[in-house]
Design a binder for this molecule. Structure first.
Ligand code: MGD
Ligand code: MGD
Ligand code: SF4
Ligand code: MO
Length: 582
């Protein structure tokens, strides 16, 4: 049986079986995949890929494409070259190209478009974000789903949720919210205050885990001072959640095994790191970090503790969500579609138009490939050697080359050819890189490869902070004016696309109260830009929210050109938008 691992940016990292007919199926024996794949891989071959390299709009051979790139790189000042890698494929070998560009002296990016703000907060409190796998969640009594949309983005968690009490905290009535025992249809950006309110009442109800807090935590008194120092009415007002509902949540979790599954929804804000820190602090107050069937999961760090073969050693100077492409003579864009995925599309467009030579290295045509001077087609995950870690569970997935194809080039081969052309030392073979990652970082569990650092109860022994203790949070900045007129513009995922890959959806979802109907057009604006969208009425939305799906061609026209206070993360939902409704 030919098996591999789904390369996509997803919690689940499914184990994929390649049939003799070329069809992809989920491995029935894999403990997470359990025999099913989602829309993306079930339809993988239907999506047209780029077959030939193109230079200035004309098809060329791969040799000519690489020649053109080498020529440009040799002529350019290295710091005027930008290396920009997205998350189209999360295999370990994807980063091999960075090795070449780092040696060459190109500018590298830091921060990112996804979980960076939240991860910063988690690392402040716990030192590292260890995965909370479905294997742990299945032993919980209650699961709190906090700004994560499992049925769409993390469907292989669903079996672990069966039979559990579910509490969903989400401004939209998602599929999982409809099945929840409690749904807090929270106002966007209010989660930090809800975490504080929950902590305050839990403490009043003496739900804190005294022993855990005393032995394994720091800063608890300051945390409680901060919380008790904030008037209760302010916490209720700021969270927008009634005390009755807080009471219902706490009675449901009291004395129970509780897992909290946090998604990126809660941290697409300037103070995103503090939101995760506050949720973690609530969990630590309850002592959830050392009990079986308990814990907090996020977009976890699957490579925690791993020696990373392609880790950048040079300083990264460019902040990814607000990088100015126009400053660079050459932009090498791999596995990404910044024209739709970075915040503030008008700025991105301006930069990409200004840059002298834009290289797009990807699988599919998209808004960025349309603007590129040189297009280099990639190989699919079936056609190259790789290895995949998951940010949602402990298993490490083999990705052997299963198919020969004359189309495209792998990241490793491109790196290898470029290195040779520049006279850099020879690379190890790709099999060797993969073998080293496996032998240094993994071990076997029930016949499957898992991270060496994976444990049944994360943080049971220690936290990964300097003193090995959990650090409660005690202060945060929030200067957002929630009274400002306008709508929250939610940035969410949908089932048929993986960000901008596959079938995208350009419609603006609006609440029923706007009195619009499907097919109407609505002009939406912020301080600088405006954009007209075709509308779909969505009864799952709060009256103060609009939403756009990730990958839609105008999904980022109105998102702010800013980054989080910590972590250099994109903050798609930080600013309200206004509508022109006549
Ligand atoms: N099908 C599919 N799966 C995917 C992806 C995809 O594009 N398509 N993308 C992958 C990637 S890159 C990632 S990072 C993950 C993300 O996985 P998720 O975090 O599950 O994805 P989102 O849809 O961004 O956000 C989840 C929920 O947060 C809610 N939300 C928005 N704002 C707030 C808020 O202020 N507070 C609270 N409590 N909730 C809020 C939204 O309504 C949404 O339901 O999914 C991965 N999986
Ligand atoms: N408005 C809004 N914006 C968002 C989000 C949102 O929810 N709303 N989500 C954000 C998040 S969480 C993320 S992670 C980012 C993702 O944003 P990006 O990292 O830009 O990811 P994609 O849009 O999925 O683009 C992936 C590209 O990778 C290419 N690709 C696929 N496989 C391979 C391969 O093996 N090799 C190479 N070289 N290329 C390959 C595909 O052709 C595609 O062009 O978007 C962010 N932007
Ligand atoms: S995108 Fe996620 S759910 Fe779909 S096949 Fe890949 S790993 Fe599985
Ligand atoms: Mo992401």
């Amino acid at each position: 049986m030919k098996t591999t691992t789904c390369p996509l940016d997803c919690f689940d990292s499914c184990c994929v079986v390649l049939g003799d007919d070329g069809k992809l199926k989920g491995d029935k024996n894999h403990p997470i995949t359990k025999g099913f794949l989602c829309h993306h891989l079930n339809n993988y071959h239907k999506f047209e890929r780029i077959k030939k390299p193109r230079l200035d709009g004309k098809e060329v051979s791969m040799e000519a494409a690489i020649d053109a790139l080498v020529k440009k790189l040799k002529k350019s000042e290295p710091s005027k070259v930008l290396y920009f890698k997205g998350s189209g494929n999360l295999g370990v070998m994807q980063s091999s190209t960075r090795m070449f560009f780092e040696k060459y002296g190109a500018s590298l990016t830091k921060g990112g478009l996804c979980e960076e703000a939240g991860i910063f907060g988690i690392e402040e409190g716990r030192g590292a974000a260890l995965p909370l796998s479905p294997n742990i969640v299945k032993n919980s009594d209650v699961v709190i789903i906090w700004g994560r949309n499992n049925s769409i983005t993390n469907s292989h968690m669903l079996p672990a949720l069966k039979g559990k009490k579910l509490i969903v905290i989400d401004p939209r009535i998602t599929d999982i919210a409809q099945r929840a025992d409690i749904h807090v249809q929270i106002k966007p950006r209010c989660d930090l205050y809800l975490a504080m309110l929950l902590s305050r009442i839990a403490y009043m109800e003496q739900m804190e885990d005294v022993d855990f807090i005393e032995k394994r935590c720091e800063n608890f008194d300051y945390f409680m001072d901060e919380i008790n120092g904030t008037p209760m009415v302010k916490l209720i007002e700021k969270s927008g959640v009634e005390l009755g509902m807080v009471g219902d949540i706490l009675s449901m979790i009291k004395g129970k095994k509780v897992s909290i599954l946090v998604g990126i929804g809660v941290q697409k804000y300037s103070f995103g790191h503090s939101v995760l820190r506050a949720i973690d602090s609530f969990a630590a107050l309850l002592g959830l970090f050392e009990k079986e069937g308990c814990g907090v999961g996020f977009i976890d760090d699957s490579s925690f503790g791993f020696g990373k073969p392609f880790k950048a050693k040079r300083e990264k100077t460019q902040i990814m969500p607000i990088v100015d492409f126009g400053k660079f003579d050459i932009c090498f864009i791999q596995g990404s579609n910044p024209m739709t995925q970075l915040p503030c599309t008008p700025k991105v467009k301006e930069g990409i138009e200004k840059s002298r030579f834009v290289v797009y290295f990807g699988l599919h045509e998209n808004e960025t490939s349309k603007m590129a001077d040189l297009i280099i087609p990639a190989k699919t995950f079936l056609e190259k050697e790789d290895l995949k870690l998951s940010y949602g569970h402990e298993y490490v997935g083999f990705m052997p080359k299963l198919i020969d194809s004359s189309i495209g080039i792998s990241e490793y081969s491109l790196c290898s050819i470029l290195s040779k052309r520049f006279g850099y030392e020879d690379l190890k073979s790709e099999k060797e890189y993969i073998k080293d990652v496996i032998s240094d970082n993994t071990t076997q569990k029930d016949g499957l490869l898992v991270s060496k650092h994976s444990v049944d109860v994360p943080y049971k022994e220690k936290f990964y902070t300097d003193d090995g203790k959990f650090q409660f949070f005690d202060e945060f900045d929030d200067d957002f004016d929630e009274q400002e007129e306008g709508f929250y513009l939610l940035a969410v995922k949908q089932n048929k696309s993986l960000n901008s890959q596959f079938v995208t959806d350009d419609f603006l979802r609006v609440p029923k109260t706007l009195g619009l109907k499907n097919g109407d057009f609505l002009k939406v604006k912020n301080d600088k830009y405006e954009c007209e969208y075709e509308v779909r009425v969505d009864e799952s939305l709060r009256d103060d929210c609009l939403s756009l799906y990730s990958g839609g061609k105008n999904c980022n026209v109105l998102t702010p050109f800013r980054v989080s206070d910590e972590g250099w993360g994109a903050i798609y939902q930080e600013e309200k938008v206004k509508i022109e409704n006549d």
